[in-house]
Design a protein around this ligand. Structure first.
Ligand code: SAM
Length: 492
């Protein structure tokens, strides 16, 4: 804690502030979860390893309590995650009710993570009092939502009644507080097998949100979900430490809605306040009147503010913009085919700025396809598609350089994607005599620099979940030997 301290004000509540200048990549702290468990409104899953389990009568169950456990976990002699709640369910004879349809969400599981927090509270009252109890739960704002009533019935009523937590001194107020704390503060994590869960970390949760964060965190599922937090950029003494509670590659309207509905506040960061999103034009539409101006919200902090062209008098109500965007999104949601995405990118050029988040999401899907998808594997890509992949990765990287600048995981993964097509394209161009040996070596050195920067950041990840970490080290060795070989060989 020598590099930051906790402060508090009326706008942010508690927040973290740097007590000295922090450098990119500087280690800040580690955090262990107070509790982990299934996300709210999840589909039926194993309560030990979180893999999908059928919620219908044929699904695998815990022999002791009847709640969902996959076939592998139900054979384990020692359970960890499911152990305590299993005892509660057994003692109270609370059975799991099989679902009539395997495709519906399993609201019975909504009580699991709150129950785990309550049981950990009993086991470690000191940590609860010092670290969890002061967490923001936005009781007053949640009280006005429909979710409050649903939680009151599905979780509060169930835990106090059938599960008999009333007998352990638990009250309605504590359960609603826990539900609020989980909603406002949990982070998503992935298990080693890639299943999504939520974890309650008490230190990083104190940091405020920004849509241009200056910290990054790596969660290690193979080390009991320990989290490691680092600075991504220079953070001057006296500045806040920010994490990002939402997806940075969403447009301002979607980010604002997500933060308001899920975290109960409006973000006023530099990016949200700027109609051009820091000159990226990430939410800009093309003007249908003058055909060359950009149409942006006149006030991105007001969802109903009019949208205006920056070159002509054209104005469009916010509602029409939302409808157009929804229609465009529906069109592309139905397929991930490479041909369709490339076609749609051309089609939308007249409607959306090339950096618009819908365009960027299609470009990102293409990056995932070129080099990974059947018929588009890297070694099979013709030069034109290798070049296309390079172009797309560079475009994405230029956006990430603004929204997730510095030593962020998103930049590292994009740099990892970029290095291989640079190498393959350069080799092919050298082979057909379009590059000299010197130019070929320059391209290899460029790929090496990019890969090395990526590797430095990926070094912080759990290699059991981040395959790029192990591959980046191998690729770096390969690239080093390739550079030596090319240097030693005769010019073509
Ligand atoms: C994860 S908590 C952060 C810690 C919290 N301030 C506390 O005192 O426990 C999230 C809550 O902090 C506040 N908050 C975080 N970032 C904010 C921001 N950029 N602007 C305004 N409030 C923010 C909001 O009340 C939000 O629901």
């Amino acid at each position: 804690m020598d590099s930051f301290e906790i402060q508090k004000n009326s706008e942010f509540g508690r927040y973290l502030i740097a007590t000295r200048d922090l450098q990119p990549g500087e280690y800040l702290f580690e955090d262990t979860p107070f509790a982990i468990g299934p996300k709210a409104r999840t589909s039926c899953c194993c309560l030990e390893c979180y893999c999908p389990v059928l919620g219908t009568a044929s699904g695998s169950r815990c022999e002791k309590c009847s709640w969902p456990l996959c076939a592998d976990c139900s054979k384990l002699t020692k359970l960890t995650a499911h152990k305590r709640e299993c005892e509660v369910f057994q003692a109270a004879k609370c059975k799991f009710y099989n679902l009539p349809d395997p495709n519906v969400s399993c609201i019975q599981l909504d009580c699991i993570t709150p129950l785990r927090v309550l049981l950990e509270r009993e086991a470690d009252m000191d940590r609860w009092n010092i670290e969890v109890y002061p967490m923001e739960d936005h009781r007053d704002k949640r009280f006005e939502t429909d979710a409050w009533d649903a939680d009151q019935q599905n979780i509060v009523g169930y835990l106090l009644g059938p599960c008999k937590l009333k007998d352990r001194g638990i009250t309605e107020e504590i359960i609603q507080k826990v539900i609020g704390i989980l909603e406002v503060n949990t982070f998503e994590a992935k298990t080693i097998k890639g299943y999504s869960i939520r974890c309650l970390y008490t230190k990083l949760a104190i940091s405020s949100h920004s849509c241009i964060p200056n910290t990054t965190h790596a969660i290690h599922p193979s080390d009991n979900y320990k989290m490691h937090v680092r600075a991504t950029t220079v953070i001057p003494k006296g500045s806040q430490l920010y994490s990002c509670y939402t997806y940075t590659l969403n447009g301002t309207m979607d980010r604002q809605q997500h933060l308001m509905e899920g975290k109960y506040f409006q973000c006023h960061c530099e990016r949200c306040s700027d109609p051009t999103e820091l000159r990226t034009h990430f939410s800009s539409m093309k003007c249908r009147d003058c055909l060359y101006g950009d149409v942006d919200s006149s006030n991105p902090l007001d969802a109903e503010a009019i949208w205006k062209c920056n070159k002509c008098p054209m104005e469009i109500p916010a509602e029409s913009i939302r409808e157009s965007l929804k229609a465009l999104q529906n069109e592309i949601e139905c397929t991930n085919s490479v041909e369709f995405l490339e076609f749609s990118l051309e089609e939308y050029e007249g409607i959306l700025h090339p950096n618009h988040y819908i365009m960027i999401s299609m470009k990102s899907a293409l990056i995932d396809s070129y080099g990974h998808m059947k018929s588009y594997l890297l070694a099979e890509l013709p030069d034109i598609l290798l070049h296309r992949k390079i172009e797309l990765c560079e475009e994405l990287l230029s956006i990430l350089d603004i929204f997730e600048k510095g030593m962020s995981r998103a930049r590292a993964l994009m740099m990892y994607e970029l290095h291989a097509p640079i190498v393959l394209y350069a080799r092919s161009q050298y082979d057909i005599g379009h590059l000299t040996k010197l130019e070929y070596l320059e391209q290899l050195e460029k790929a090496r620099r990019i890969l090395n920067e990526s590797r430095e950041i990926l070094e912080w990840e759990d290699e059991n979940v981040c395959t790029a970490k192990a591959f980046s080290l191998k690729s770096l060795k390969y690239l080093d030997s390739l550079i030596v070989n090319v240097k030693n060989c005769e010019e073509l």
